[in-house]
Design a protein around this ligand. Structure first.
Ligand code: NDP
Length: 334
């Protein structure tokens, strides 16, 4: 049984030294327990937060403990009559080959309905984040302009596709020409902008001549700075993630722009709302139904970036925070 534990807490960008691969014996399930064998491990930006001891909405990973993460696993042994050997489930069992579970907290994955890895992406946590955050807080209306960054990733790509289904004009922001081409050519976004380009504020203003009605915030930093002056009266902003700052060690240099933001919130009557996907747990059935239907009908699609081998998870995770992934980042463990 291999497991990747948190070796130390990073200050700034994590490196391989903050992780440690350990080998041991696979655990044995007791009465009522199930032995899970990880097939695929999801890598997600929130894991950077778990490496830090700073107070957040979830507890940090303890030093020496396996990194947390959701996996699709196969039942390898079962003392629970509800689960048979070979069943596939999604579980938060972390960066390891094997884990013990009880039936609690497991979600069944039916490979006949969709490829199992979609349970970690478009039909899983990132998909639910896009669906609930956009429709509940963003509420795009036909003809409105929706902007989303990290737009080639699992959250942003579905945000844009759902906004298109709802009749909005969609502008995606992503790193590099390849991702931008994917947004317009494959996903049908109306425009795509490279945030590493020369003049993002100018390019965004040109792409949004009628201003911005919904900004789905995945990134923060320079992208938000470009968005803020373009927000229309009564614009909605689901605040989902701030990945540009996850490795930050200090606040950006002044001057303090909080008064500008507060004035914009007041005078434009902006609606900013932070959320964590689990806040919308009651929408899970509607999400599963709608996104499965759109997938089957070819109205939404997704892209995966599959990395081979548990031992390569740390490098892939570090790369994701720099935009090296192209699509939902998943590690094939077995
Ligand atoms: P992605 O696969 O999109 O990976 C993160 C992407 O962020 C990178 O690929 C990179 O793409 C982009 N990025 C990194 N740094 C910057 C930067 N400085 N400026 C602009 N873009 C940058 O991740 P997800 O789709 O899984 O997650 C997207 C966001 O949603 C994250 O902020 C995440 O924390 C958040 N999230 C929030 C949830 C919630 O419950 N609130 C749940 C799930 C996700 P590029 O090459 O385009 O720059």
């Amino acid at each position: 049984n291999r497991r990747i534990v948190l070796a130390s807490r990073p200050h700034g960008e994590p490196s391989a030294a903050h992780f440690r691969l350990e080998e041991g014996r696979a655990p044995t399930p007791r009465d009522g327990e199930i032995l899970l064998r990880t097939r695929w491990l999801s890598l997600d930006p929130y894991m950077r937060g778990r490496m830090s001891a700073a107070k957040s909405y979830a507890e940090p990973v303890a030093i020496g403990e396996p990194m947390t993460g959701e996996v699709v696993a196969e039942v390898a042994a079962s003392n629970d009559p509800a689960y048979a050997v070979g069943d596939l489930v999604a579980a938060f069992s972390g960066w390891q080959d094997y884990a013990i579970a009880t039936g609690k907290g497991l979600r069944r994955v039916d490979p006949a309905l969709a490829p199992p890895t979609t349970a970690l992406g478009i039909l899983g946590m990132p998909g639910m984040t896009a669906y609930a955050g956009l429709l509940t807080i963003g509420r795009p209306k036909p003809g409105e302009t929706v902007v989303v960054a990290a737009a080639a990733g699992p959250v942003g790509s579905l945000v844009g596709q759902i906004a298109r289904i709802k009749g909005a004009r969609v502008v995606g922001i992503a790193g590099g020409p390849e991702k931008c081409a994917y947004l317009t050519e494959t996903l049908g976004f109306d425009a795509a902008l490279d945030h590493r380009g020369d003049d993002l504020p100018g390019a965004l203003a040109a792409a949004c001549p009628g201003g911005i009605d919904v900004y789905f915030e995945n990134v923060g930093g320079a992208v938000f700075e470009a968005v803020m002056p373009l927000l229309n009266d009564f614009a909605r902003m689901p605040v989902c993630g701030l990945v540009a700052g996850y490795n930050a060690t200090e606040l950006p240099a002044g001057p303090d722009r909080t008064p500008l933001l507060m004035r914009a919130i007041l005078t434009k009557r902006l609606h900013l709302q932070g959320f964590i996907v689990w806040d919308f747990a009651d929408q899970a059935p509607a999400f599963q139904r709608d996104v499965s239907d759109w997938l089957k009908a070819g109205r939404v699609t997704y892209r995966e970036d599959i990395v081979e081998g548990l031992e390569n998870a740390p490098e892939a995770f570090i790369g994701m925070l720099r935009g090296r992934n192209f699509g939902k980042l998943v590690v094939r463990v077995a």
